[in-house]
Design a protein around this ligand. Sequence first.
Ligand code: HEC
Length: 147
Amino acid sequence: MKYWFLLGCALLFIACNGSSTEEVKVEEVATEEKKDFEMYELSEMSAIMQHMYQLNEQLKERIENGEELGSFSESFERMLNAKMTNDKPMDDFFKTHAETFLANQRSIYENPAQAKELYNEAINSCIACHEVKCTGPITKIEKLFIK
Ligand code: HEC
């Protein structure tokens, strides 16, 4: 349990709070962090996102090494109705971009000859959603691109 709190605290910095450019007094930040530290639990959506990140890291390696790609992980579909942090609502923007992302991710396995291009396109669609919904992890996601 203690582990999750520490992990949660660390993740907060790379998750959705990473992009705030507002100037906030140090004192206020400290109070906010304390509140988040006490309340933060890894949401279902965050857990799915981390899982997707790991699987794409593996997929990247396979593509780079010319290995068998395996098959699309149906578990990604769970992002269409997973609970988000603080019960953030799932709006049309999210749904549309989730569908696009899932279609792009699926197409990699359907067209292995173009795996590299399709893979980078899928990563682009992670970022297209993140630019609006959750800017914090973008730098991390960009590391998934195959050069
Ligand atoms: C349709 C929008 C959308 C798409 C597509 C999407 N994400 Fe996310 N992602 C989110 C949202 C929203 C959150 C914040 C979830 C929450 O607050 O519960 C998030 C959170 C994350 C996090 C932070 C998780 C944490 O530790 O809290 C990572 C990392 C991440 N996404 C990576 C990815 C990767 C990699 C992809 C593509 C393979 C991807 N995302 C595709 C919307 C998206």
